[in-house]
Design a binder for this molecule. Structure first.
Ligand code: CA
Ligand code: ZN
Length: 298
């Protein structure tokens, strides 16, 4: 099943109407756009030409049959195939150290045989999804913003081989995704990754009657909550608190024991520092905390 990227959203809200429909257990491929809707790939295109109304499109909403409020939507990322060129930029007044970014630099970057060509270097691409989420319980959350519903999480571990678990707040879950990156470092310091169109192959499954407060991400080795807040201190405190609660509940240890385990075996990592909310993650080895054990205790 191929979902062509002609239907996109620019905000996640409970009122969004389904544009695509799949069943729990389906495998399908989604065509996604880069965060600028490929505008910078046009000849002689400058920042002044950019249509801001078309920034951060997410393909969807995708209604998943069987997903009801109070369930979890499991999304396995089977493959991310990126286009043969993308774009990265420093934009005035944006990014980390925004004050030093006074003029724009926009680089169209070719990708050949899995390597991005930049400043004379060949850098192996590590494709990831920037924006992926479901309908929130309430509100109207622009696709540039991350939150409990997912959205602009810009977390480099959202890659092929990883699995996301989202809280379902609306019938059908209403999944949408876009903003893939060929490459991005933790922090996304400049404000963009290697922004690139892609074909993303997914498998979705509904897990009945399990509630999550934040998206959970499972990688090959680790499991982590993706937590976002308005500033970095807040995001780190909230993320650490939620992670410690998860350990406490899943393992059945005390709050302080969960604190000791975190202190010894959990890293505090920054996903991105440049979106309207900051996203952090605290990976825990699946040898300590298998996903089955987390789900069992939810
Ligand atoms: Ca992004
Ligand atoms: Zn992006």
């Amino acid at each position: 099943m191929f979902l062509k990227g002609d239907k996109v959203i620019y905000s996640f809200n409970p009122q969004m109407k389904e544009e695509y429909r799949v069943k729990s257990g389906d495998v399908f491929t989604v065509e996604t756009h880069d965060c600028f809707y490929q505008q910078f790939l046009k000849e002689d295109f400058g920042l002044e030409d950019l249509d801001m109304e078309r920034v951060n499109p997410a393909t969807g909403p995708i209604f998943v049959e069987g997903a009801e409020v109070g369930d979890i939507l499991k999304v396995e990322i089977l493959d991310i195939e990126v286009a043969d060129r993308g774009v990265a930029a420093i934009l005035p007044g944006m990014g980390f150290l925004a004050d030093t970014n006074t003029e724009e630099t926009i680089e169209v970057i070719p990708v050949e045989d899995g390597y991005a060509k930049l400043l004379g270097f060949d850098i192996k691409v590590k494709p990831m999804i920037g924006v992926i989420g479901v309908a929130p319980k309430e509100g109207d959350i622009p696709t540039d913003t991350p939150g409990a519903h997912g959205g602009n999480l810009d977390t480099k571990d959202i890659m092929a081989g990883s699995t996301l678990y989202f809280p379902v707040a609306k019938e059908g879950a209403l999944l949408a995704l876009g903003d893939c990156h060929g490459l991005m470092g933790d922090g996304e310091l400049g404000v963009t990754g290697l922004e690139i169109a892609a074909h993303v192959k997914l498998k979705v499954d509904v897990i009945k009657d399990k509630q999550l407060d934040w998206p959970l991400l499972e990688t090959k080795e680790d499991v982590m909550l993706l937590v976002s807040d308005s500033d970095i201190q807040g995001a780190l405190e909230l993320g650490y608190g939620e992670t410690r609660k998860l350990i406490e509940r899943s393992i059945g240890c005390s709050w302080n024991e969960a604190g000791i385990l975190s202190s010894l075996a959990v890293d505090a990592r920054i996903s991105q520092l440049v979106n309207p909310f900051i996203t952090v993650r605290f990976p825990i080895s699946k040898k300590i905390l298998p996903v089955d054990r987390i789900l069992e205790k939810l």
